[in-house]
Design a binder for this molecule. Sequence first.
Ligand SMILES: C[S@@+](CC[C@H](N)C(=O)[O-])C[C@H]1O[C@@H](n2cnc3c(N)ncnc32)[C@H](O)[C@@H]1O
Length: 446
Amino acid sequence: MNRSGEEGGLIAPMPRPALSWQAGTPHARDIGDIYYNPEDGLAESRHVFAEGLDLITCWAGRDSYTLCELGFGTGLNFLLTWSLWEEAGRPCRLCYVGVEGFPLARADLERALGAFPVLAEKARSLLAQWPPPYPGFHRLVFAGGRIQLTLILADVQEALAALRAPVDGWYLDGFAPDRNPQMWDAAVFGRMAALSRPGARVASFSVAGRVRRGLEEAGFAVTRRPGFGRKRHALAAEFRGRPPAPVPRAQRFPELLAMPPPPADEPIAVIGAGLAGSLLARFLHDAGRDVFLVDPLAPCPTQPPVALAAPRPDLGTAPRARFEMLAGLFAQRFYGAMPDGAGTAVGGVIQLPAGGRSRHGAEAIVRHLGWEDDWLSLLPQADALWEGFAPRPALLWPRAGAIDTAAVLAALRAGLPLRQAGVSRIMRESTGWRMEDESGSVIACA
Ligand SMILES: C[S@@+](CC[C@H](N)C(=O)[O-])C[C@H]1O[C@@H](n2cnc3c(N)ncnc32)[C@H](O)[C@@H]1O
């Protein structure tokens, strides 16, 4: 079995860590190591990681900064980084990537983070979005979209192989290298080099010989700095290698892919202001792009008044099944967090899986996935709830629901320019694209 992949054709849930608790601090029983310094985890995190990267200096004048942590654990480093980012006046967009192969159950996360009252509010936001142990990329959004956490639930090697992001800073926070060698492997360092921007920095608590040599061989210049508490040294490194190689892209639309990507300051037109177009425009706007919508009919008279935001339960490993499960989870988080209840108007969805695409019954799905029951639980007899339901077990998705499309669209489009026009032709020009209406008049260029 591949740990974060297949198990006889069924998706394998991520394994939970075996924990023991000592004075309120989690220990990994199998590995025999701690998650963070039991005396003062917060001060250690600040000294070793945030100051190790010199984040405040690195953030100044930047539009966005990408930080990748190997070993997300309890999220302490993430919450501390968020807190420093706030203290620094929210200087740039923060794209935080957390890689974790053994995600904590939410109750354990809550218990661990309960030890840090200064982070309580941020911990609550993280807990509210904490995903179930489904492998893959989970996108969590904080600080009104200024912080994006991409939590990759996968073994470190798989996660780094799948990641496409130019990284500015790395937190290396696996367990001690002699007990957790997979996290400090030459292949990990090689992949870090492939993803690093020139000058990318690395911070770690470990200055073990294999870590220093491995990083140096991969193109990082390594130095020791004073360690925290009883540790004499911590590690700081800087990438001196070449910029990341361009990512080979799919060849579906070769003529489009052959074009250079649009410059970051060019406006982007999104044609069609329905749910998909408005969501795309909102995310581009939140990512700092100059974006406008084009649609002749907004609001659209044929827009259904409600839409259902619920995952399609599929235990398969096919890319589409995985994408839909992850997208369904994202949709529940996203709509559930929309302001003023604009998102989920009706809480909870009941599904009666029956043959077809979802080959498994409700009991098998709930048992196999093992998610916390506020994500997914079993309704043993659907007809006990309403006699119109078939007399068999059903799935209950408490966070899913019907969304009020008009309210959601209004919230998504708020503040985004909208050109009310019907696009008949799109033409490529030397400097971008030109859109024309039926009469040949130019609507806009982008
Ligand atoms: C020292 S703890 C991280 C503490 C964490 N940074 C925090 O703020 O709580 C090390 C983490 O590395 C994770 N880990 C260990 N081996 C891994 C692997 N092969 N792939 C991905 N994650 C792994 C562990 O599950 C654990 O969460």
